[in-house]
Write a protein that binds this ligand. Structure first.
Ligand SMILES: Cc1cc2nc3c(=O)[nH]c(=O)nc-3n(C[C@H](O)[C@H](O)[C@H](O)COP(=O)(O)OP(=O)(O)OC[C@H]3O[C@@H](n4cnc5c(N)ncnc54)[C@H](O)[C@@H]3O)c2cc1C
Length: 405
């Protein structure tokens, strides 16, 4: 939609072919229905939140940054608001207002929208696009095509990976794809008993399981924030970010530090103080200050200390074990929840084969790409939509120059 608007505003005659019966099905579910439109961080900081091929995005994002996106929506009647961490949402908290604004501008700019229209082929002649085929039958001549078919996640929104096939047919390579910003499944049975428990201000370290060598393993990911236990494993912002560093099929160990603000020594002193205050109480009854109540049975069991044991009788080794466990509650990651629960697809059309200044294919004239179909992805916070707006805008402006009639 952004690509179409930008092309139309440069004077091109534009048609959107959308295979769904309505526009923006994925946009509708973004940000839990509130749509985190963009992020107000400095453009330099923006790139540090892009996981793959940030440099490729320089022209697109510098040329159409979060200010431009905010101006676009506000000037077209959709008020926005900024929340924690620079996240921008529609003031109404309804993603439908973002979609409505886009559709209104499309109408104003005389962009034709064909719904229920699946592009099934992109025709090429003499190294340039010449036509598209819709629903396997109708062939339509074109001067340029912008492929913005999205990735593979949440298939029901329309992202079924058609764009990768169009790219491959035109000679492009598509890098290995996998679900990203996705919850993890873990093997420890105690995890599911914590379902619904959300932990704030914890830190995690993720490392490959079974790596040889006596040296300390280099973590694949380290981070601090908020996570959630689910019936299958773990989720929440911290885990989703960690998943951007996970490769399908890998077994990873997730080390959870429940008290990252305290060193082992400080935590030991803290536990000792709690113990001294409840010397005659049962072990199972004095942990309320240390852990949320849902976690107490799990920590008790994993510590191996009988919950009925009097605190007075707990040995130094037992106490140290509890401290160790609190600083390193280890889980084994067995996989992810797949595309059905992934916010984005990692991998896509190889950006080396796309001109970063125009979004045009280097292999086929008049063929442009924008958004998630390309091998670009970022963490949560409004960055992925900003990538879509920026690359869509650039592709639209440049594709408009291809028009010959
Ligand atoms: C649950 C969820 C929440 C998210 N929340 C946020 C958020 O708050 N902020 C953020 O920045 N990002 C968020 N994202 C990511 C963001 O939605 C995507 O990165 C972004 O929508 C990608 O835009 P796109 O235009 O490339 O693809 P899409 O938005 O997926 O759009 C692709 C469109 O192409 C259509 N299409 C596909 N193939 C064909 C074909 N052959 N013919 C015709 N039409 C076709 C599809 O029907 C679809 O409408 C979220 C993603 C999910 C799944």
């Amino acid at each position: 939609m952004m690509a179409a608007i930008s092309a139309a505003e440069c004077g091109a005659s534009v048609t959107i072919y959308e295979k769904n019966e309505k526009p923006g099905k994925k946009l509708f579910i973004t940000g839990k229905g509130r749509c985190n439109v963009t992020n107000t961080c400095e453009t330099d900081a923006f790139f540090s939140n892009v996981c793959h091929n940030a440099k490729f995005l320089y022209s697109a994002v510098y040329g159409y940054d979060h200010d431009a996106v905010q101006d676009f929506f506000e000037q077209n009647g959709c008020l926005l608001k900024e929340e924690r961490g620079g996240r921008v949402f529609p003031d109404s908290d309804h993603s439908s207002d973002i979609i409505r604004t886009l559709v209104n501008v499309l109408q104003k700019d005389h962009v034709q929208i064909c719904y229920g229209a699946q592009v099934t082929e992109i025709g090429r002649k003499d190294g340039a696009v010449c036509s598209i085929t819709v629903n396997h039958k109708q062939q339509i001549p074109v001067d340029a095509v912008i492929v913005c078919t999205g990735g593979l996640s949440y298939e029901s929104t329309g992202s079924t990976g058609d764009g990768y096939l169009f790219a491959e047919a035109a000679g492009h390579t598509v890098t290995e794809k996998s679900p990203s910003l996705v919850p993890f499944t873990v093997s420890e049975p105690w995890c599911s008993s914590l379902q619904g428990l959300s932990l704030k201000n914890v830190s995690i370290r993720m490392e490959r399981q079974g790596e040889k060598g006596g040296k300390k393993k280099k973590p694949v990911y380290e981070g601090f924030g908020e996570m959630l236990f689910t019936h299958f494993g773990v989720s929440g912002p911290l885990i989703l970010t960690a998943s951007t560093c996970y490769r399908a099929g890998e077994k990873m160990l997730l080390h959870l530090d429940l008290k990252p603000a305290l060193s082992v020594e400080q935590l030991d002193k803290r536990v000792l103080r709690d113990f001294e205050e409840g010397l005659n109480k049962n072990f199972g009854n004095i942990l309320g200050g240390l852990y949320p109540s849902k976690l107490i049975p799990v920590m008790t069991e994993l510590s191996g200390i009988d919950p009925e044991k009097k605190v007075n009788d707990i040995t130094k080794q037992e106490r140290q074990k509890l401290v160790e466990l609190t600083k390193d509650l280890t889980m084994t990651v067995t996989g992810t929840r797949g595309y059905n629960e992934a916010i984005i697809t990692r991998g896509g059309v190889n950006v080396r084969e796309i001109n970063a200044s125009t979004m045009e294919s280097r292999l086929c004239r008049g063929l442009f790409f924008a958004g998630e179909v390309m091998d670009v992805d970022a963490v949560t916070g409004g960055y992925n939509l900003q990538i879509a707006w920026s690359t869509g805008h650039l592709a639209g402006v440049c594709a408009a120059q291809e028009e010959t009639v």
